[in-house]
Write a protein of this length. Structure first.
Lengths: 497, 497
């Protein structure tokens, strides 16, 4: 190993350690920490974050990166780490330290204001704070943006490298054109699907038993992983030997069931990252979208697949003999795939979900690129829901205030959700050519599918972008047609259209 | 606040943040982290520890302390923090960085070797490693020790400021003289106590219900605290608004029951530390011994008190109606206080416990001060058990290999356990003069007792030493006679002597 790289590695080890500590604090806060701990623990988190900032922004890091860039004999992984270090540093130091700190405070404050406004169903209360958040995000994007790059494109690039409005406009336009009429058609002449039995007296203990069974079944390794409970399900990891997922339990059995498979998908991605990459800057998933592609792949393409339940449905019925009495496997599979326009993104089914994202994408473009009067947001939001989904929110809480993202300044994040589904569909159609996908699921040989994803997606960490992964695996750049094909085929069949 | 102190506070905030992160990693490792995480997480912990070392040993800390020492207008708390910072720093920097690192590695290795030797019941295998640990500890003690201070005294001072062999010899001599004959007398002519009903089918879920109830009953605040499960019960805290205790469940109901009250005692100490002190260098318990005094106070003086069970026994019986059928409160109280010499310290009753500690104290003195041939340890250990407790270990696993402490280099730690009991007894006899102690317990007014301890012990953190706390509260320096009086009175009564 070269002297220069050794030096960089030493600095990075410290920054990674601080980052890992911050991740553990966040995990702990979401899953276990006592109610009153927050304010005091915030001091600790503040000090660690400041130390992290100083290390990344500091001269030692700068000089180490520069020395590495002059170096000849670096390995490919080392080169990728140097590149990532440089980008991480540039994204941070282009923002003046004072503004960086101010924004961190603003965001923490904004989350509280948003939460209160949502509870009180009062969007106007949120507007002045949201305005500040938007202004900071625009400013930061302008610092980052290279000549001629639009602000929203710079934001999109942060979450999904290689994607911009040009690509996304095309993607979402195709989606809108296909899905809006499909949803209308289902409503008008699709067959009726019964799913009432998914709601009821499903004891938490039994749901936990099912959750652990399913996570393990799809390949989440409990020797390197943990399943806990939190208000909102999420996945996090300290490294590829310590990956943690959460779920929540309610009287909707399918909610926890598919949230566990979804988070297990995220988890399996992180577990599959190579030992040579973990605990380095390229030792995480390739992008937000690629991560979401894997969680949605496990949740929907695998978990809501009729074939998946062939070897499992008896087991499910044995856990809930009363609740599923008289429900056939076919009825169960139809119920977990029922599509129905709703107002809340996180509760949306596989089909209508993409339109929730589309609406946010269209509005974010207006906010960032068109300097929209934010007071008009609830109206715009409601109009779009009515136009695309045929339903209109009665108030801001079930409308424009439902998501936390904007209060956190995460503009450009939402498209990843839809892109993830589209990446997954593209992988799926390619895999069907290479293997008997549904046959494997029917025989319970899910390991073959998981191993294929590990080999082609997971193990590379951030060494490839999502577009490179798609290209190398499927032989084709990102192509939205597969996602549309997937939704059309699946839902036409399901609803006898 | 003075400029100098402000500067010190800034450095200390970072070191405290790193320390708090390390505490959280340790907690996580003991309670939740997946099995295979260890080796990877060790890298993170190593990097954070190194950063901690560099910060404490660094020039910034040195200069800030020196500047504060020249300052006139510091408050008493500020002065105490400066003093503690100086001591912490001196204890660290007197050890060459290389030896410090070597020892950290050695100790981690030694714990593994000890664990294996214990499992295989092979003390000889442990001897070479133990020799290295002892040598390092002696070396470190010689670095720390002021002129003329003996090595073991320097070790004792680390855990219990103001205590040395002179004081402890006297303490343990008095103890031995009183307790060895008392135990013999109980064996020869004490009445028989039945405790078989404490072992049996006590479902874990019911034990958990009891554990949560009891922790809360004695005053452990779950808004600022957490109860989890770990292999060995322990208490830790991030600050006074986040205190965490653990327990374990077995078929001995009294084991988890009293371990929860014990850890709750530790926890209540940390919860009681003043808001002005928490998250500073003086924001922890005064000493190992004083901490142990509070846990043992709650476990034994409160929890094994007949009066404690007056308002509680019905509740206990309602949780375990089958298991405690026909067992009167009086029988239960006798059973939980039964004294019987055993080989294992952690399973010892209140009476014989002090002799387990005495034996370790006598042997540690020989190891450190007399340059004992370590190969002879099993024999010496067995002889002492036979002499003081009348039983002889058959092998090293149930003898000299039972405790982890020596493998971790913690020489001088054991006496704290007995000192803690003695501190507690001294506080108890004084409190009996100030309040109707048993009456309060009978009426379930345990809050009065807890508040007295908070007011006189907990809130001061490290502002006072254990001897100062005793002096200020009871009007008397440490006096071992109360502990002996307590044990004699309690066990004579219990065994009708």
């Amino acid at each position: 190993m070269s002297k220069a790289y050794e030096r960089l590695e030493k600095v990075l080890e410290k920054t990674m350690a601080l980052q890992t500590a911050l991740i553990l604090f966040e995990w702990d806060n979401e899953t276990l920490a006592p109610e009153e701990a927050g304010a005091h623990t915030a001091r600790v988190i503040g000090a660690l974050s400041e130390e992290y900032y100083n290390m990344v922004a500091g001269d030692e890091m700068k000089e180490a990166i520069e020395a590495c860039e002059k170096e000849e004999g670096l390995t490919d992984v080392e080169k990728a780490i140097v590149k990532e270090a440089k980008e991480t540093r540039e994204q941070l130091v282009c923002i003046p330290a004072e503004e960086y700190r101010d924004n961190a405070q603003l965001v923490s404050e904004a989350t509280r204001v948003w939460s209160k406004a949502k509870k009180e169903n009062d969007f106007d209360k949120f507007v002045p704070t949201l305005k500040k958040v938007v202004d900071y995000q625009k400013k930061f994007a302008s610092y980052r943006a290279k000549d001629g790059v639009k602000l929203y494109d710079s934001m999109l690039d942060l979450y999904e490298k290689g994607f911009n409005m040009e690509l996304l406009d095309q993607f979402f336009d195709e989606l809108k054109e296909a899905i809006v009429p499909l949803i209308r058609e289902i409503k008008e002449r699709g067959k009726k699907i019964e799913n009432a039995f998914l709601t009821g007296d499903y004891p938490e203990e039994k749901q936990r038993e099912l959750a652990e069974f399913l996570a393990e079944y799809v390949g989440f390794d409990f020797n390197k992983g943990v399943l806990a409970v939190s208000a909102h399900p999420f996945t996090t990891n300290l490294h590829n030997h310590d990956v943690r997922i959460t779920t929540h339990y309610s009287d909707h059995v399918d909610s926890s069931l598919f949230s566990v498979i979804h988070e297990a998908g995220h988890g399996i991605y992180e577990l599959g990252i190579g030992d040579d990459l973990t605990q380095t800057l390229v030792g995480q998933g390739a992008s937000m979208g690629m991560h979401e592609s894997q969680s949605r792949f496990f949740e929907n393409i695998i978990g809501r697949n009729a074939a998946f339940w062939v070897p499992l449905y008896e087991k499910l019925q044995s856990i809930f003999p009363e609740q599923l009495k008289g429900v056939s496997r076919e009825q169960f599979v139809e119920a977990i795939n029922k599509a129905e326009p709703g107002l809340i993104r996180t509760e949306a089914d596989e089909l209508t979900y993409s339109l929730h994202v589309l609406i946010r994408y269209e509005i974010e473009k207006m906010i960032i690129e068109e300097d929209l009067d934010l007071k008009k947001l609830p109206e715009i939001w409601a109009d779009k829901y009515e136009e695309y989904l045929g339903i209109r929110p009665e108030n801001a809480s079930e409308g424009v205030l439902q998501d936390i993202h904007w209060s956190q300044g995460s503009f450009g994040y939402f498209p990843s959700y839809a892109l993830g589904s589209a990446f997954g569909a593209q992988l799926y159609y390619h895999m069907k050519k290479e293997m008997d996908f549904e046959g494997l699921l029917e025989r319970g040989e899910i390991g073959v599918i998981r191993e294929y994803l590990r080999e082609n997606v997971h193990r590379f960490g951030k060494l490839k972008t999502s577009r490179e992964i798609l290209k190398d695996t499927t032989g084709e750049d990102f192509n939205p047609k597969y996602y549309i094909q997937y939704l059309k085929e699946k839902y036409s069949r399901l609803y006898d259209l």
